[in-house]
Structures are given as structure tokens and as C-alpha cells.
Design a protein around this ligand. Structure first.
Ligand SMILES: Cc1ncc(C[n+]2csc(CCOP(=O)(O)OP(=O)(O)O)c2C)c(N)n1
Ligand SMILES: [Mg+2]
Length: 777
């Protein structure tokens, strides 16, 4: 802890930084909106008010409390403040700031992959950036427990968050899960400006957050008043002002903040009319002084902030509620509509002048400070250049075996085969198995992960005995929890699954240790966590998602559990390669690829759509099919050159496609049977090949073009999958061949497979009818 005088100096420096950050963030946004040429007439945007609300908090955090090993998720709308910090440090270029929100420039919201300054967690979709820090702290504990990171290197996972983010349900799902796992080393710092996008937030909630977080094992530190307010409250009449502030509704406080000193005086004098001491105290301030007093909330007082941070130096998860004013210090402070508000050029000129910044020197980091102050500030900032710019971590790749053995069995389901492949890996003792971390939102058993967990155990920081095993009660699941366990058990909350996968999948860049996350979920419930899945992919987290069971093929459990549009999700999600294997050997191949892709510099994550349906496995005469299968599709029965017809199918509905082929082939000699293992890869390859031509590359035919090339130009293709027909119907556009797409676009229902396939036109008869319609005149 610094000495008293140096602490006073520190406070002054942090105040200067606060002021610089507020100015620079406002200027970055102003430049983009008012000075940079607009070619499209669109508002560029940016959030000056949201930035101003947080600059003191960020000054106190980044230039006092933060340690090199800590990681931060920055409130999306405070992105410009982060850029301003790195600009002050000399780590961000003027060019990037001038291009804020432009192509290749500083991003509107902090982005791990696109920004040129270090960003630990991307943010943008409110709530997710907050919750991912809790999961990152769990990942850190996992690494420590597995001896992959020394305890002494543990950092704090910190979220700088807006108060409206507390309305997102995913926050509470994560709190509950965090409590179960006894998370630590996590700080959430709320910019409690009591304003969201639309309005001021509900007064009734403010005490409830304490209850909710404390119930979940968090320490809650409320930073309500700044030093000036606390001092004034001690003067005669001060208690009445303190109480008045406590009782004042959020909206009233915000409106008075906007109106300024005279309005504060009128209102306080009216409300405290009977209290002479309070009136005298109010009268001792001029209007500006009174306004300054009323706005001296804890979140704008760096001294109060650093004191609060200094007092929380243990590993208890902590929620700091820092009271702030949205738009603090700017003309629209407190105005309920200020979220997307921009200062106009005149206001900006006044603001610049108030800081002593000479016109034309707006971008100079220390402009307006005076030589001595500027030199002192530069010297203060110097050590932070390296401290706040930890180099990107990398981790050596974990070797992947040459192949993953295919489970035995003439009849198998892809789901059971998945469990078997993981079990075999667990038993093999291959180094890959030691880095796998599995996780599932309460569907571990029903997605066939159980056997892996039997082998490798549940991850628990404190040992957890298997009570049933202790009582010698027979059960196939023998799940003891211990530090070496490799399965992270989650409650039913699919959002948490994807945030867990995001955090695990960033283990290499965040902590320099590679983990290979495998998450399982029922296929329809991917939708429940879709934004979190997108969020994980957006920041290039690497994982394997196994979704099963899927489609109508689930059978009797019925419509609420039968996924329909997930193949389209798989096709539409960047950063995620989707495969729908029909057979166990395909699955082994795709899992093998997934573990390699997860670790490749330009790789990505994988989504496998599996099924519980047990089907006949093909006799393979060679491995020749594999390269095509990995590329998205292969001919299970090759068409003869010039063939007039083909059937293209995906996944566990293979037996219907094969049966239709067998019934049709005599009438249609040369009929092809195409197994589309990844509509996603086929489509992407096709699009990329077309784009290459216009991007100056050479036009190589894509895999799907090559696959369809043997068919006659006017061939008919019937497509079949247990999901949205649109996932395959586009095949007709590749060479202009005619298509009849079969699939489901209605909700499912209970039934056995013959009934369901018949009702939804997914059986061999439907294929034959569709083919007849295509080919007969
Ligand atoms: C999931 C999601 N929904 C909606 C939005 C649009 N949005 C952006 S900011 C915001 C409110 C922000 O309020 P708060 O978190 O209090 O931040 P402040 O700007 O007040 O600091 C909303 C609704 C979003 N970014 N993400
Ligand atoms: Mg807010």
C-alpha cells in the first residue's frame, strides 16, 4: 500500500486519467460521427454517455487494481475507453482510433479477434461477457487442480458491466452454477448509472441485488458515495441530504442531474424546507458546487474506488455496485435518452475548451495538461505499457492419434458410438484423453457421456464421494468428484453449457494451457443457448459440440424434443463446422478431425448432430470414401456417368434412402446415392469457389460441384434429411439440376419411426414418389 502522500498523488493522477479517458472516448466517437467523411448517410454511432459513466472505474481498475494475470470483459459500450487506455499507453494507433467503427478500425465493442489491442473477452451481447468471466474462473481452477497452472499465478476474472446487464437471465443461471462450483477470483463491477437503453431502471431492485448475490456466496460491496459526499454528510444538516439521496427515485435523480445546480437547489430546498441546518448546508454551495456534490457518487470517485478494490484482495467472488451518472460530466448527463446521444459540434467545442485543449491538438494524448503534468503522467503510464499488454498466450498442440478406432458392431447408433469412442480414448491413456474436458447441462447420461465420466471422474475442487457406490447400491454411473476429474457437471441451463464451452475453449489463449472441450446437449435445445453459442464462436473459442438425439428420429418422445432447423443453424453459424454422420466410422473420422481443428491456428469448432437410432453399418472395401466424407459428402453408391437421377441424404435416415435406392435402381440404372455428411461444408465450399473467381483467385470447382458433375445436366435429385429440407434443397442450384426436397418443416409429434416417417414423408415410398414426380413427364 503506498504512503499517504503518494496515495494522494496517485488519486490525482487517476483523476487526470479519468478525465483524459472521458475526453478521448468522446472524441473518438465524435470524430467518427461528425468529422470523418460519411459515404452512406448512416449514423455511425457510439456511446459517449456509457463511456463517461465508466472512465473513473476503468482508471482505478486499469491503473491501480489490475494485475498482469487478471483478465477483463469490458462493458460493450465502453469499448472506446479501452481503446483510449491503450492509446494513452502508446499501444493503440491514431489510425485505428480515427477508423473507429470503420472497416478494419477499432471495433464498436471490444473484440478478441478483430481489435488490435489486447481484448481478453469479446463483448456486445449484454450479459454474456459478464457471465463468461465466472466460467473462466472455473477453468482457471480446473487448470490449477490439474497441475497445469501454479496456484500463485491465478488471476482475477473481471467483468465491467452495465447495470441493465443485471436484467439478463443468463446472469442468474451463471450465478447458480457458480455457487455450485464454489467459484472464486471473480469480480463483477457494476456501472450502476440506473439507466438502460430506453429509460431509467426500476428503483425496487436496488436492494435485491445484494440479497441475490449474497445468497449465491458473493460479497457485495456498494460504492455509493464519493469522498466529498461522505465528508459533507458529516457536517450539520448533512444527514438529511444523505437520507434525501437514499430516498430519491432513480428517474428524479437523473432528471435533476441533467437540469443542474439551480434545479438541485430548488428541489432540495423544497423537500428539506423544515430543516434549517440542511438549508444552511445547501446554501454554502454555489450552483456548480451543489451539482458537483450531488454527482459525487462512488463510481466517479477514484479514491473511493481504489479503497474498495484494495479491501477486496482475497479470492471471494465480489460484486461491486458503483453508483454512477450516465454521461457524467457531459451536457446530456442524466438525460433518460442519452444512451445513443451524441454531443453536437458546439457542445464538443465547449467541452474541449473546458479542458484547455487547443483546437487541432485533440488527438494528442496529453493535450491541455501543461508540460510538467504531461511529463509526470507519461512517467506514471510507462510501466503499464507492458503490464497491460500481456503477449498473446499460445499452447503447444496436443498430439492427436492417427485415427480414432471405430466401435465394433454391425448395427450401431451414432450416439452410442460417440460414447464408446470417448470411452476407448479415456482407457487408452493417450495424452489427448488427458486434455479432454467434457461438460453437459444435466444430460450426461442420456447423451452417452457416462462411461467417460466413470473413467475420468467429475471435476470438483473438494472431494465428492459417490454416496450410492459407498452404500454398494448397484449403478452403471460411478461418479466420484475430485480435483483430477475431467467432467464439469452443469445444471439444466443450455446457456451455461455454451458459456462453459466458450471459457474452456479459450483456455489456450487466456491461460497458455490447452484444453479440448467436448459438450453434449439434446439437439433441439441448442436453440436455448444459441446466442451464447454464437458468442463462443465469435471470439474463436474452440470446442466440440455433440448434439443428440436429433430430429423426428427421436421417435416416441415427441414434438417438443424433435429438432427441425438445427442443420440450418449448423450451416449458418460461422466458426462452427457442422457434420451429420450416418455411420459410426464417419463419426470416428469427424471426431478425429474435430480434435485437430480445435487446435489448428486457422481451425474452429465442430458441431456433430447425432442420433439414438440403431442402423446397419456399411461394409467398406477401402478408406477411399473418407476424404470426400471429410469434405462434406461422398457417393455411397456412385452414379454412372450421365446418370439421370440421384438420391442425396444426411444422417440417421440412411436406411430409408438406401431402401429407396434399392427399389429404384433397376428402373433407373446408374442411380447415385449421395451421403451428405456436411451440408455446411458443401455449401461453404461452393460459395467460396464462386467468390474466389471475383476475388482474383483461380476458380477451382468446389467439392459439391465435383460430386454432382457425373450426373446429367438435367438429372433429378431427391434430397432427404430429418430436419429442414432447405439444408439440402440448394443442391439444385449448383448445376441447375432438378430437386425434390424431402424433410420436415412442421413440428414433430409422438409416434414410432414407420408412422412418423410415413406421416412426414421421410420413408422410402416418399423418395420413390418424389423421384417419379421429377422424372416422369
Ligand atoms: C442481448 C442484447 N440485447 C440488447 C442489446 C441492446 N443494448 C445495448 S446497451 C443496452 C442497455 C445498456 O444499459 P446498461 O447495461 O445499463 O449500460 P449503460 O450504457 O447504461 O452503461 C441495450 C438494451 C444488446 N447489446 N444486447
Ligand atoms: Mg446503465
Amino acid at each position: 500500500m503506498p504512503k499517504r502522500e503518494s496515495r494522494a498523488e496517485l488519486v490525482r493522477t487517476l483523476e487526470t486519467i479519468d478525465q483524459r479517458l472521458r475526453w478521448l472516448s468522446a472524441w473518438i466517437i465524435h470524430n467518427a460521427n461528425h468529422l470523418r467523411e460519411s459515404r452512406d448517410g448512416l449514423k455511425v454511432g457510439g456511446h459517449q454517455a456509457s463511456c463517461a459513466s465508466m472512465t473513473a472505474i476503468m482508471s482505478a481498475l486499469y491503473f491501480h487494481a489490475l494485475r498482469p494475470q487478471d483478465k477483463v470483459a469490458v462493458k460493450p459500450h465502453a469499448g472506446p475507453v479501452l481503446h483510449a487506455i491503450h492509446y494513452l499507453l502508446g499501444n493503440q494507433t491514431l489510425e485505428q482510433l480515427k477508423a473507429f467503427r470503420g472497416l478494419g478500425g477499432a471495433q464498436s465493442y471490444p473484440s478478441r479477434t478483430k481489435d488490435k489491442v489486447p481484448v481478453d473477452f469479446s463483448t456486445g451481447s449484454v450479459g454474456l461477457g459478464v457471465a463468461v468471466t465466472a466460467f473462466a474462473s472455473l477453468v482457471q481452477d480446473y487448470l490449477i487442480a490439474h497441475g497445469q497452472m501454479p496456484e500463485g499465478e491465478a488471476g482475477r476474472m473481471i467483468a465491467l458491466m452495465g447495470d441493465a446487464e443485471l436484467d439478463e437471465g443468463n446472469i442468474y443461471e451463471c450465478l447458480i452454477e457458480g455457487y455450485k462450483h464454489d467459484i472464486r477470483n471473480c469480480w463483477w463491477i457494476v456501472d450502476y448509472n440506473r439507466q438502460s437503453l430506453d429509460s431509467t431502471t426500476a428503483d425496487r431492485m436496488f436492494r435485491r441485488f445484494d440479497d441475490i448475490f449474497e445468497t449465491c456466496g458473493w460479497r457485495v460491496v456498494t460504492i455509493k458515495h464519493g469522498k466529498l459526499q461522505r465528508e459533507v454528510f458529516k457536517r450539520p444538516g448533512g444527514k438529511a441530504i444523505d437520507k434525501w439521496i437514499d430516498d430519491c427515485p432513480n428517474a428524479e435523480y437523473a432528471a435533476l442531474t441533467y437540469q443542474g445546480g439551480a434545479a438541485w437547489r430548488a428541489r432540495l430546498c423544497a423537500d428539506l424546507a423544515g430543516d434549517q441546518a440542511a438549508l444552511d448546508l445547501i446554501a454554502s454551495f454555489d450552483d456548480d458546487g451543489l451539482s458537483r456534490l450531488m454527482l459525487n457518487l462512488g463510481g466517479h470517485c477514484v479514491e473511493t474506488l481504489i479503497d474498495a478494490f484494495d479491501r477486496a484482495q482475497d479470492d471471494v467472488p465480489t460484486l461491486f455496485i458503483a453508483y454512477t451518472v450516465k454521461g457524467y460530466g457531459l451536457p446530456f448527463q442524466g438525460h433518460k435518452d442519452n444512451h445513443a446521444g451524441l454531443m453536437n459540434p458546439t457542445q464538443m467545442t465547449d467541452y474541449r475548451a473546458s479542458l484547455g485543449i487547443v483546437e487541432g491538438t485533440e488527438w494528442e494524448p496529453f493535450s491541455g495538461l501543461g508540460d510538467n503534468s504531461a511529463a509526470a503522467l507519461k512517467a506514471f503510464l510507462e510501466p503499464f505499457r507492458t503490464k497491460l499488454t500481456h503477449p498473446a498466450r499460445s499452447a503447444p498442440a496436443i498430439p492427436v492419434p492417427d485415427r480414432l478406432p471405430v466401435p465394433d458392431g454391425a448395427e450401431q447408433s451414432t450416439q452410442a458410438a460417440f460414447g464408446r469412442i470417448l470411452l476407448d480414448l479415456a482407457k487408452s491413456g493417450h495424452p489427448l484423453a488427458d486434455r479432454i474436458v467434457t461438460t453437459s447441462p444435466d444430460v450426461t447420461v442420456s447423451t452417452n457421456l457416462g462411461a467417460f465420466v466413470n473413467q475420468r471422474g467429475l471435476f470438483r475442487r473438494q472431494e465428492l464421494k459417490d454416496v450410492f457406490a459407498g452404500h454398494k447400491i448397484p449403478s452403471p454411473q460411478k461418479w466420484a468428484g475430485h480435483e483430477a476429474g475431467q467432467h464439469i457437471e452443469l445444471g439444466i441451463a443450455e446457456n451455461n453449457l455454451f458459456l462453459m464451452l466458450a471459457a474452456l475453449g479459450l483456455s489456450a489463449p487466456l491461460f497458455g494451457e490447452r484444453l479440448l472441450p467436448v459438450g453434449t446437449v439434446y439437439d433441439p435445445f441448442i436453440s436455448r443457448g444459441l446466442d451464447a453459442l454464437n458468442y463462443a464462436c465469435y471470439q474463436d473459442a474452440r470446442f466440440l459440440l455433440v448434439a443428440t438425439p436429433s430430429g423426428l428420429t427421436l421417435g416416441p418422445e415427441g414434438g417438443a424434443h424433435q429438432s427441425i432447423n438445427t442443420p440450418l443453424i449448423g450451416m449458418g453459424q460461422p466458426g462452427l463446422t457442422h457434420y451429420e454422420p450416418a455411420f459410426a466410422d464417419e463419426l470416428a473420422l469427424f471426431m478425429h478431425r474435430a480434435f485437430a481443428e480445435m487446435q489448428a491456428p486457422d481451425g474452429g469448432s465442430t458441431y456433430l448432430r447425432l442420433s439414438t437410432r440403431v442402423i446397419d453399418q456399411p461394409d467398406r472395401s477401402s478408406d477411399a470414401w473418407q476424404a470426400d466424407a471429410l469434405a462434406g459428402g461422398y457417393w455411397l453408391r456412385a452414379p454412372s456417368p450421365g446418370s439421370r437421377a440421384a438420391i442425396a441424404f444426411s444422417g440417421a435416415i440412411a436406411p430409408e434412402a438406401i431402401a429407396a435406392w434399392e427399389q429404384l435402381v433397376d428402373d433407373l440404372p446408374g442411380l447415385g446415392l449421395l451421403n451428405v455428411t456436411s451440408p455446411d461444408l458443401l455449401h461453404r465450399g461452393w460459395s467460396a469457389a464462386r467468390a474466389a473467381r471475383w476475388q482474383g483467385g483461380t476458380r477451382q470447382p468446389s467439392h459439391v460441384e465435383q460430386l454432382l458433375a457425373p450426373l446429367a445436366a438435367d438429372a433429378g435429385i431427391v434430397t432427404l434429411l430429418d430436419g429442414s429440407p432447405a439444408a439440402l434443397s440448394w443442391l439444385g442450384g449448383v448445376r441447375g439440376q432438378r430437386i425434390s426436397p424431402l424433410g420436415t418443416d412442421r413440428f414433430g409429434q409422438t409416434g414410432d419411426l414407420p408412422d412418423l416417417y410415413h406421416t412426414y414423408r421421410l420413408d422410402a415410398d416418399a423418395v420413390i414418389e418424389a423421384m417419379a414426380e421429377l422424372l416422369l413427364p
